[in-house]
Design a protein around this ligand. Structure first.
Ligand SMILES: *Cc1c(COP(=O)(O)O)cnc(C)c1O
Length: 301
């Protein structure tokens, strides 16, 4: 590992397991914990660090001085990357989906302040960029430039995610996580012990393609996982009163903050599925808090 990355990681806080002691869970004989990757760092939050770590190490050891990646106007991935770039003295370029807005989103204005160069690309071009799925794949890449696919989703991301899995020292049956690109889920599937089931919740509508994406990232084929597509609440970053009420209630009971794009939807889904007897009595469930609380700004609800 590059010394600068080690130095940076030494400033991180531990990602603890928090037991959710909601009394109604006892009725279903369910034990529930959250793995708190939201606590790692106030800015380089959660799964974004896990996914970036070994790609950055690879970029640095291959002599890159510039990292190019892509994301939307609220992207937690670009936000984390821009900040890490600033800390490590790397140049960063963000290909941002859609027209340049008149006023930058809070996410984009942070990103710009930290020195990432923003290049706005049309939705059509953005879709095409998604096809370039590994670090050498972007056409026109210059010497010294390292390409990180959307969400940092490449094989090296899984190695960082495995570390969060290996930090868990208690026995459990099901490991839940929200899915955007599915790279975090793939890392979990790869790293959990044989008897653990991994359950992903798609944050996007019509996310049937996610299964193939996850399969494409796995180092070997596994059958211990599923992706639930039913809790997108109308689409990516869409929310409703039910979801906000759930998140507020959860936050006031547990003091664990959720955001509506990923972790709120996942926890809503986990609670709903428990009530629908989806899990067996006696099951021990861990839900991954992937962080992303900065993205809460500017998302309605
Ligand atoms: C990016 C993000 C995800 C999605 O992770 P993938 O690895 O792309 O599936 C989930 N939760 C939060 C908070 C995120 O920022």
């Amino acid at each position: 590992m590059h010394p600068e990355l080690i130095k940076l990681e030494q400033t991180f806080k531990p990602s603890i397991l928090t037991k959710i002691d909601d009394p109604w869970l006892a009725q279903y004989r369910i034990k529930l914990w959250m793995k708190r990757d939201d606590l790692l760092h106030p800015i380089i939050s959660g799964n974004k660090w896990r996914k970036l770590k070994y790609s950055l190490d690879h970029a640095l050891s291959s002599g890159a001085d510039t990292i190019i990646s892509m994301g939307g106007a609220y992207s937690n991935h670009l936000h984390a990357l821009a900040y890490v770039g600033k800390v490590l003295g790397l140049k960063t370029i963000g290909l941002v989906r859609g027209e340049q807005p008149v006023t930058l989103t809070p996410t984009l204005s942070d990103i710009q302040r930290w020195g990432m160069e923003l290049r706005f690309v049309s939705r059509g071009d953005y879709r095409l960029l998604r096809q370039h799925k590994n670090y050498q794949a972007l056409p026109g890449l210059q010497p010294g430039q390292y390409w990180l696919p959307e969400g940092g989703a490449q094989a090296l991301a899984l190695k960082g995610v495995a570390e969060l899995v290996n930090e868990i020292a208690i026995p459990y049956d099901t490991f839940c996580a929200p899915c955007g690109t599915g790279a975090t889920l793939a890392g979990m599937i790869d790293a959990v012990q044989q008897q653990v089931s991994v359950l992903g919740f798609a944050a996007l509508k019509n996310a049937g393609f996610l299964r193939g994406e996850v399969e494409g990232l796995l180092s070997q084929s596994r059958h211990n996982w599923q992706i639930n597509l039913d809790y997108h609440f109308g689409g990516f970053a869409k929310t409703n009163a039910d979801l906000s009420e759930f998140s507020n209630d959860f936050e006031s009971k547990t003091t664990i903050p959720l955001e509506p794009v990923y972790t709120g939807k996942m926890m809503y889904a986990v609670y709903d599925l428990i009530k629908k007897h989806y899990f067996k009595p006696g099951e021990r469930i861990i839900a991954l808090h992937t962080g992303g609380l900065q993205g809460k700004r500017g998302v309605s609800g």
